[in-house]
Ligand binder design. Structure first.
Ligand SMILES: NC(=O)c1ccc[n+]([C@@H]2O[C@H](COP(=O)([O-])OP(=O)(O)OC[C@H]3O[C@@H](n4cnc5c(N)ncnc54)[C@H](O)[C@@H]3O)[C@@H](O)[C@H]2O)c1
Length: 375
């Protein structure tokens, strides 16, 4: 198999050259997790060793693509394998807390999909276990690792956008298909965690610690028709600790208009320029120094790497990018964001959004950070 490695501007079709020392990854939850299991082929510093799911059909589907790996329905068996050095968790949102704690206690480092947790109780348990065991964690915030968002970040770090003065992010997507495949989404979580975790994380990434949020939320007709426990329409204003401001929006029952609004978008309005990153059309638009608008569109060039040669598809490239970056950071003993504490801080922002929308007034972050044990 040949892939284009993620090196912006570089077109390489050779399989990646494995690094001399690599980290073995065991994946828990083989629906979205199967994407990583396959995507690990693209990595230099990480490789797939095992998969685990309660559902035998999920194991069989993974076995067809990666017959060479160890499979089990018993998480304890996965944790007992010494070649599993990183446990990658893709179980339903409300199970992440207990699965992360078990992995830490088995001496494993953890890659956990978003949202890291969806309750204050789990936030405290995960923080305590992380401190007690000293194991490392990366939250798999896939959007940060998608091509246009990587380009936007690099431009920002080169100073091309200047000081960010306003941020606008959204994740909007019709989710009837998701309720059919994952009924837990109706009763065991809330879209503030399941969906809004993408734009909230983007806001936290660029604005730094958030001090206050003011949110409104609503339950769409689709949400009502499936008996949704929480809400699935959100709009949030956020104020950072340093006074900068942003806006985040989510709607999970709408009819989409994808050419006008991609499902995930981040617009940064800076003192020197403006830029927009999109998922899933892979466009990155930005202002040139003379003010003209530039569009970079690597969708066709990078579709093999990001989407398994389709024009759109699952998350192979982003998942491979974060798994490789995490394994490399572990090997080189470097920090990589978003780690455990930043992930829990972002959970607190989402929980503040939920509480603000329920109460109908702005919510300060400081008391929630204290509740979680972070301050
Ligand atoms: N962009 C992204 O990063 C992205 C995209 C989609 C989903 N997700 C997240 O990934 C997670 C999983 O989502 P999904 O769509 O794959 O859900 P899903 O319901 O399709 O799959 C979850 C899988 O976990 C398995 N499972 C549950 N408990 C288990 C246990 N104790 N041991 C072994 N296997 C167990 C189930 O059998 C199922 O196959 C969620 O937290 C979701 O928010 C992230």
């Amino acid at each position: 198999m040949g892939f284009l490695r993620h090196v912006p501007g570089a077109r390489r079709t050779d399989p990646p050259q494995p690094a001399p020392v690599r980290k073995g990854v065991g994946v828990l939850g083989l629906h979205e997790g199967r994407t990583l299991l396959v995507g690990l082929d693209r990595c230099r510093y990480a490789y797939a060793v095992a998969g685990c799911d309660l559902d035998p059909d999920k194991i069989e589907a993974s076995r067809k693509e990666r017959p060479d790996l160890f499979y089990t329905a018993d998480y304890g068996e996965l944790l007992a394998r010494p070649e599993v050095e990183i446990v990658a968790i893709y179980t339903p949102d409300h199970l992440h807390g207990r699965h992360v704690v078990a992995a830490f206690e088995a001496g494993k480092d953890v890659l956990c999909t978003k949202p890291l947790v969806n309750s204050m109780e789990d936030a405290r348990r995960v923080l305590e276990a992380g401190k007690r065991t000293g194991k490392r964690l990366l939250v798999g915030q896939s959007t940060r690792f998608f091509e246009p968002f990587l380009r936007q970040r690099a431009a920002c770090e080169r100073g091309e956008i200047g000081a960010i003065e306003l941020l606008d992010a959204h994740y909007i997507h019709r989710m009837d298909w998701f309720y059919r495949k994952s009924p837990w989404a109706v009763t065991e979580t809330d879209w503030v965690f399941l969906g809004l975790s993408h734009p909230v994380d983007l806001a936290r990434w660029y604005l730094g610690p958030i001090a206050e949020v003011h949110a409104y939320s609503y339950r769409s007709q689709l949400g009502q028709s499936v008996g949704l426990k929480g809400n699935d329409v959100y709009i949030v204003n956020l104020k950072a600790a340093d006074g900068r401001i942003g806006r985040v929006m989510g709607h999970y029952g709408l009819e989409e208009l994808p050419s006008a609004r991609n499902c995930i978008e981040l617009v940064l309005y800076g003192s020197k320029g403006t830029s927009q990153a999109q998922y899933h059309d892979m466009r990155y638009r930005h202002t040139a120094p003379d003010g003209s608008e530039v569009t970079e569109d690597p969708l066709y060039a990078l579709r093999h790497y990001y989407f398994n040669s389709e024009v759109h598809g699952m998350h192979y490239g982003e998942f491979a990018n974060y798994a490789d970056a995490f394994a490399r950071a572990l090997l080189e003993r470097r920090d990589l964001a978003p780690g455990l504490e930043e992930g829990l801080e972002t959970f607190c922002v989402m929980e503040a959004v939920r509480r603000s929308a329920a109460a109908g007034h702005p919510t300060q972050l400081q008391p929630l950070l204290q509740e979680a044990g972070l301050a």
